[in-house]
Design a protein around this ligand. Structure first.
Ligand code: PEP
Ligand code: MN
Length: 359
């Protein structure tokens, strides 16, 4: 990371960038009101730090050891562009701000009527963002893959419904991009681009998604450690986009646990990740547990753990859902969860602030 002097000229900044690029690295330039920071992306062993530190206009050349520099808390110490907590604005919703943000909707978009009915109900319950899968990642090739799998026209049609439903009920919308071929389509219609757990390691997809400059909801793979999760989020930041919402959605359960919950919801990851990065962290209790009867408790627990938001699957009649019916809750229950979680969040936030003031 190269920290320029406050009076460094553009020419001097360009000079440093040229030296870095000459050695085959890329840069992340963060221009603040007072100073410019040049983050180095690539193999830093190729960089003679002493030489760069001596270039005109350079204040300091610091080697940052972490594998996720651009999204790290350490970065906030130098850069004015990133603050201690990133607040991502999507329409009139702020993710990472003071308000607890609820993303809700069906697992899959099944029809226009289904989507609009659920959209209306989740909005009434207090949700902020509408979700609905068009390209579903499924373990079996014989199960419903989402309307997107039925043909390009169907994929475009479902994307339009999602956009229309969002406009009608005044909610930004999110849907998953399962492969590179879907990036352009989804980015045209959705406000937030979701990269699912199974694609966490797909660096080509992450780089392509980053280029769309739209907020990305990035889910942790069920076999990934926290460092891996953050290292792959770094691909999105290195691709030029720091509007990343991290989502904990459960990891592989051990032993017989598998019989009781779909995954093991790793809630300690929420405050642990927050210690490492300024990005907002949300929790998906639906895919983590796979059980409707556990969503209330795990939502409360996630908010107590410090999550900035929740992603919850909802259906007016879960029994008729084509995907994930067993974990979908009814809109009434969503309302109860939102009301309760808001109270928990306020309590935790105020006690945390009190403790901080005392320390
Ligand atoms: C989803 O949110 O629709 C989904 C498939 O989740 P995950 O990638 O966490 O399994
Ligand atoms: Mn689902």
């Amino acid at each position: 990371m190269i920290i320029m002097k406050t009076d460094a000229t553009q020419e001097q900044v360009d000079g440093v960038i040229k030296e870095v690029k000459r050695r085959g690295l890329r840069v992340d330039v963060s221009r603040g009101r007072y100073k410019t920071i040049i983050g180095l992306i690539g193999d830093e062993r190729k960089i003679p730090f002493d030489y760069l530190a001596a270039l005109p206009g350079v204040k300091e050349a610091v080697r940052v050891e972490t594998r996720y520099k651009l999204i790290s808390r350490e970065y906030t110490k130098f850069s004015e562009e990133v603050s201690e907590q990133r607040v991502i604005k999507v329409g009139n919703v702020e993710i990472g701000g003071e308000e607890l943000i609820i993303i809700a909707g069906p697992c899959a978009v099944e029809s226009k009527a289904q989507l609009f009915k659920i959209a209306e109900e989740v909005k009434k319950a207090g949700a902020h963002i509408l979700r609905g899968g068009i390209f579903k990642p499924r373990s079996s090739v014989y199960s419903f893959q989402g309307l997107g799998a039925e043909g390009w026209e169907e994929a475009v049609g479902a994307s339009r419904w999602l956009q229309e439903a969002g406009k009608k009920f005044n909610m930004p919308v999110i849907t998953e991009i399962r492969g590179e071929a879907q990036v352009d389509l989804v980015a045209e219609y959705a406000d937030i681009l979701q990269v699912g757990a199974r694609n966490m390691y797909n660096q080509d997809l992450l780089t392509k998604v980053a280029k769309k400059k739209k907020p990305v909801l990035f889910k942790r793979h069920f076999g990934a450690g926290i460092e891996e999760f953050l290292s792959f989020a770094e691909y999105i930041a290195a691709g030029g986009n720091k509007d990343i919402i991290l989502c904990e959605r459960g990891i592989i359960p051990i032993g017989k646990g598998r019989e009781y919950t779909r995954y093991t919801l790793d809630l300690a990851s929420v405050p642990a990740i927050q210690k490492e990065t300024y990005l907002p962290v949300i929790v998906d209790p639906s895919h983590a547990t796979g059980r409707r009867d556990l969503i209330f408790n795990m939502s409360c627990a996630a908010v107590a753990a410090g999550a900035s938001g929740l992603m919850i699957e909802v259906h007016y009649n879960p029994a008729e859902a084509l995907v994930d019916g067993q974990q979908m809750i009814a809109p009434d229950e969503l309302k109860n969860i939102i009301d309760t979680c808001k109270e928990i969040q306020k309590l935790v936030a105020s006690r945390k602030a009190e403790a901080k003031a005392l320390s």
